[in-house]
Design a protein around this ligand. Structure first.
Ligand SMILES: [Zn+2]
Length: 295
């Protein structure tokens, strides 16, 4: 990896879709990983249970996704209506089957006040679990780079309360200026709205402090949202530090950037991006050095 000349920076932002800070999250959305044992996310299971709860009386739960309930159409005393979550060609659907009398589908729906659409579950839940390989693929970055001493990502596991267990996660080491490990943050999902957990007892800080010296020499730094935009920038030989979540900026962190005359802030064109920019503009210590780069 060779350092890029300073003036290539502007070009990079003009047209390069893989430029630092460019919408990693949208790209991520394609890489959905199912981490639950049977391929259903917790959100989907919740949706299934909501349907299930419309049926009064005794339930015989056979698995997370299979249950027999009392058929609301015929005089049922022994749960004989199967209410099962299934994949079909179009997506996920709760399938009804009266095994005792073969009662009609629409009659069953009517009896419990549901429509056909209520049985189609949208897969918009969070798919937990992230491996280094999946992460590398989603960012289009080589494994050799991500595991090099400079980045040092590793496959690990992280306990996720929502899943109730340890799940595969990418360990992201946060180093200090001298490259000494401060803490780890875990990437627990490739995409979605819930992607990170801090190691217990962590003090949050900027990501990539070990790149500060390089930034000071270059006379500028890219200030980006999150770790992955740092990885993209570093891969291109650009000095970058990351704010771990737009809600997390702390004015005290400006101290780290004291000796850097130009701070290019990569602002995503969304609410989060605006929020980060406002927080930075409100930080007196950065006054006069910020340059907004909308990406
Ligand atoms: Zn029936």
């Amino acid at each position: 990896m060779s350092a890029m000349p300073r003036n290539s920076f502007v070009k990079l932002n003009a047209s390069n879709k893989n430029a630092p800070g460019h919408s990693g999250s949208r790209k991520d959305a394609i890489y959905i990983m199912h981490s639950t044992t049977n391929g259903f996310t917790p959100e989907i299971i919740k949706g299934y249970e909501k349907v299930l709860n419309r049926f009064p009386g005794e339930h015989k739960r056979k698995s997370k996704t299979d249950a027999d309930v009392l058929c609301p159409v015929h005089d049922d005393h022994n749960p004989s209506l199967g209410v099962d979550l299934r994949h079909n060609g179009a997506g996920l659907k709760v399938v009804l089957n009266c095994r005792s009398q073969g009662c009609g589908y629409s009659e069953i729906l009517q009896a419990v006040g549901l429509t056909d659409a209520d049985l189609e579950l949208q897969e918009n839940g969070i798919a937990y679990g992230c491996t280094l390989e999946a992460y590398a693929a989603s960012k289009n970055l080589p494994m050799e780079f991500l595991t090099s001493n400079d980045v040092a990502l590793a496959d690990g596991t992280c306990y996720v309360k929502e899943e109730g267990k340890e799940i595969p996660a990418v360990e992201i080491p946060y180093a200090d200026r001298d490259g000494e490990l401060l803490t780890n943050r875990y990437r627990i999902a490739v995409g979605g709205d819930d992607k990170f957990r801090w190691e217990k007892g962590s003090t949050t800080t900027l990501y990539g402090l070990h790149k500060l010296e390089e930034a000071e020499k270059a006379g500028y730094v890219l200030l980006v949202e999150g770790e992955s935009d740092c990885h993209v920038a570093w891969y291109r030989g650009l000095p970058a530090v990351g704010v771990p979540g737009v809600d997390n900026w702390r004015d005290a962190w400006a101290l780290h950037l004291d000796r850097i005359p130009k701070i290019f802030v990569m602002v995503e064109p969304d609410e989060a991006g605006k929020k980060l920019w406002r927080a930075l503009v409100g930080c007196n210590a950065l006054a006069g050095r910020l340059r907004k780069v909308v990406i």
